[in-house]
Design a protein. Structure first.
Length: 91
């Protein structure tokens, strides 16, 4: 069971939503050193202590992440930042 599970609605077309998720992935890579790759409409990301995915569906995004011991202690601020970025980019 993931530590973080966020459902976020969007009104973008598939290509636009995927491009927006890629922009988020690029920032995650730059700031936190995560490794990202796409599998169909799902962006997978991981680094030591965290692994997750962002699934792009027609009218929503599903963000899930499993946190390691150190990141689990910071779950609330990590989840708050994810929600803030999603609100900013997809609202």
């Amino acid at each position: 069971m993931p530590d973080i599970d966020i459902q976020h609605p969007h009104t973008m077309g598939p290509q636009q939503a995927r491009a927006a998720v890629q922009e988020i992935a690029d920032k995650l890579t730059e700031r936190f050193g995560v490794v990202c790759h796409w599998d169909s409409d799902t962006l997978h990301f991981d680094r030591s202590g965290i692994e997750g995915q962002i699934e792009v569906a027609p009218s929503s995004l599903n963000v899930t992440a499993t946190l390691g011991f150190l990141f689990a202690a910071m779950k609330a601020p990590i989840e708050a930042e994810l929600r803030r970025v999603l609100d900013k980019r997809f609202s």
